[in-house]
Design a protein. Structure first.
Ligand code: GLA
Ligand code: GLA
Length: 680
């Protein structure tokens, strides 16, 4: 889908060869007219073939309720088309203009404490506001009617990063929509009372009108109310996405529709696994948070995006050429990182590499955010790296349209468990769901093993080893599926605080982890979370933090892989494995961190019969990802280190990368090589 965006016969430059898309958000309204010509010239120089236009243009397109000004945008569209550059056209609804919020302050979001979120930044609109929706959809219709059939138009970009700033709104509109959502889920107030456990603290409702979003309360708000509000808030924005999409499909049925997701650490409000089916192709934005696992997190995010896209190619809508402007300290990227980060996304299925943004702003809150054309202009290291990347992406054209080759290890990532496991009033407030999943991923990378980060919707049977870190919420059907997976010969590994509650956040009684107790052959009577700085020693020389469990083994088939050596549960099991026919079910009751997991994993991988596909000397130093078509496999080999790494024994056609004088592929520091091999 993405590789063909640019290759329709009437596409932007009439060239019908599939290729990777390359470009940025383009905000020409921030610049005088004469800069536009230079922009197009430099875009061509850089190999840019697509830009996203109009994302924050509402106030310019519709300066007041009944005045429309499309002339400037017509000209931008025409100029881009003449330059052979396609347009991913935004619906322009992301940031409502001042005239609208002045006339209709009732579209402004409200915090849990009842404060109004005022205009002055962006995305100050309630997802459930009928007034906002009327105005926004009117704009969407105008945009679609105006640009239907324009030869530059290759895709629609709904709004921008839905939920980035406005996922949780506690307004009266939200209360009304929340009640409708709850009525659809539970039908009766009695059913809701049961699900929410309202026998507790005199919370029983006797009518729908008494129910509110979880606004500021005197003590812990009802946990199921909180969980349902998270589900509702994700659904409310999904519903808004559908409303824009439906207008676009009505007027331009042949133009694919997307919206940019934010699959990355720290963003958890939107259940993208559930949104992906609403759009024609998945797009993602990703920004690096510098730290010891930063590129593993990039890889993890791209990998999960690929799963959400069903293994098909997806569109990297935004990342940064260098520093951002919204972290406490905004570090520039080092040499090679712009290209390496971009190709790491391509390795995991991105068929488009785009940046925020084309030209670095001279004014506004993002003027210190890097761009493809920096403040210094085109005579700069950044722009030279940008043009170099453009050439590299041209060399990678054969990759366009290829799918991900599934790995043998799956790591399950589940939004419901992310939401529920980190709620308040739990055994510890230090649990970090995303970090635990990332640690397993990092540990596998350190061993040279590639894994797919998948959601519970994936075909789990394709994995020899399935890791479900902190899979806290396990409804009965999922418990059955995991049991069947193991009985069919799969090897399941799960961790502390998994299988503890059902979809209503009610405890599975009779000893933890109720949903998996029989499968694991263990019973836990009490959790033993650890104070923030405390550690516990295991008898396999590893060290745990955060959590321990008081485990009793209940099944003779259970082998204890490690015991606690210190702490409250010294002498008791810490890591267990139950053999089930050809399969097995293992449990890890503490947090080992990426290094500790890399110590434990070889035993688990061995049981599952999974080995690294990399030459022994490269394991841990190189990440490998594989894309494939009917006749070719594309091996992406990513140097995870700041040293050169030789990769002897690998054969194939080098699309990107260099061999030494003996013909051995050598990865320079931070370099990515791409090798084409025939599909066996
Ligand atoms: C998000 C937004 C962009 C821009 C970047 C900056 O991704 O979509 O408009 O603000 O962040 O990193
Ligand atoms: C207080 C309250 C109880 C209960 C306990 C929990 O004592 O009176 O209802 O909430 O705290 O520690």
């Amino acid at each position: 889908m993405i590789s063909t965006l640019l290759s329709q016969p009437n596409g932007p430059d009439g060239d019908s060869t599939p290729r990777l898309a390359y470009g940025a958000d383009y905000n020409p309204e921030q610049w005088p007219r004469e800069v536009w010509e230079e922009d197009i010239r430099l875009m061509r120089e850089a190999g840019v073939n697509i830009v996203s236009v109009g994302i924050f243009s509402w106030a310019r397109i519709q300066p007041s309720e009944d005045v429309w000004d499309f002339a400037w945008l017509d000209e931008v569209m025409d100029l881009l088309h003449a330059g052979g550059i396609g347009v991913d056209l935004a619906t322009a609804t992301a940031s409502p203009p001042p005239w609208l919020t002045t006339a209709h302050p009732e579209i402004l979001p409200v915090t849990a404490a009842g404060e109004t979120v005022w205009p002055g930044a962006r995305q100050h609109w309630r997802p459930t506001s009928p007034v906002f929706r009327t105005h926004a959809l009117r704009l969407v219709r105008r945009m679609a009617e105006r640009y239907a059939g324009h030869p530059a138009l290759v895709a629609w970009h709904v709004s921008n990063e839905l939920g980035c700033h406005n996922i949780y709104d506690y307004s009266d509109d939200a209360a009304t929509a929340f009640r409708d959502w709850l009525r659809a889920r539970y039908t009766t107030v009695d059913a809701l009372n049961h699900a929410w456990g309202t026998a507790f603290w005199s919370q029983r409702y006797s009518g729908w009108d008494q129910i509110l979003p979880p606004r500021l309360t005197a003590s812990h708000p009802n946990p199921t109310q909180q969980l349902d509000f998270k589900r509702f808030s994700s659904d409310a924005l999904k519903e808004y996405l559908r409303a824009e999409r439906d207008v676009l499909r009505e007027i331009t049925p042949d133009v694919p529709v997307t919206t940019n997701f934010m699959v990355m650490g720290g963003i958890k409000g939107m259940n993208y696994a559930d949104w992906a089916g609403e759009i024609d192709f998945v797009s993602n934005d990703h920004y690096v948070h510098p730290g010891p696992q930063d590129r593993d997190e990039l890889s993890f995010s791209a990998n999960l995006t690929s799963s959400i896209a069903g293994g098909r190619p997806w569109f990297l809508m935004e990342h940064s050429t260098s520093a951002v402007n919204w972290q406490p300290v905004n570090l520039p990227k080092g040499e090679g990182e712009l290209v390496r980060d971009s190709l790491l996304h391509v390795a995991h299925g991105a068929d488009a590499v785009c940046f925020f943004q084309w030209r670095q702003s001279a004014a506004g809150a993002e003027k210190y955010h890097s761009a493809m054309v920096p403040h210094a202009g085109s005579d700069s290291e950044v722009f030279r790296a940008v043009t170099g990347l453009g050439r590299t992406l041209q060399a990678l054209a054969p990759v366009a349209g290829t799918e991900r080759e599934p790995a043998r290890v799956g790591i399950v990532f589940d939004w419901e468990s992310w939401w529920a496991s980190e709620q308040d009033s739990h055994p510890t407030s230090h649990l970090d769901y995303h970090q635990e999943a990332l640690d397993w991923y990092s540990a596998l990378l350190a061993l040279g093993i590639r894994a797919d980060v998948v959601t519970t919707r994936a075909d789990l049977d394709r994995y020899q080893l399935l890791i479900t870190p902190v899979l806290h919420v396990i409804p009965a059907a999922l418990a059955k599926e995991l049991t069947r997976y193991v009985e069919n010969g799969g090897h399941l590994v799960t961790t502390y605080f998994s299988g503890v509650v059902d979809e209503n956040d009610h405890i599975w009684l009779g000893g933890y982890p109720g949903a998996l107790r029989d499968l694991l052959g263990i019973r836990i009577e009490e959790f033993g979370p650890l104070p923030a700085e405390d550690t516990v020693e295991l008898d396999d020389a590893s060290t745990g933090t955060l959590w321990t469990d008081r485990i009793t083994v209940t099944d003779p088939e259970v082998e204890v892989l490690a015991h606690y050596r210190t702490g409250t549960y010294a002498g008791r099991p810490a890591v267990t494995r139950r053999a089930v026919g050809r399969g097995s079910a293992s449990y890890l009751s503490t947090r080992l961190g990426a290094d500790g997991l890399a110590g434990l994993l070889p035993r688990l991988l061995d049981t599952a019969g999974v080995e690294s596909e990399l030459p022994a000397a490269a394991r841990g130093l190189v990440e490998q990802a594989v894309r494939r078509s009917a006749d070719s496999r594309y091996l992406f080999l990513v140097n995870r280190t700041d040293e050169p790494v030789p990769l002897p024994g690998l054969t194939g056609e080098l699309l990107v990368g260099r061999a030494d004088s003996d013909g051995v592929l050598v990865l320079a520091p931070r370099e990515v090589a791409v090798l084409r091999q025939p599909t066996p």
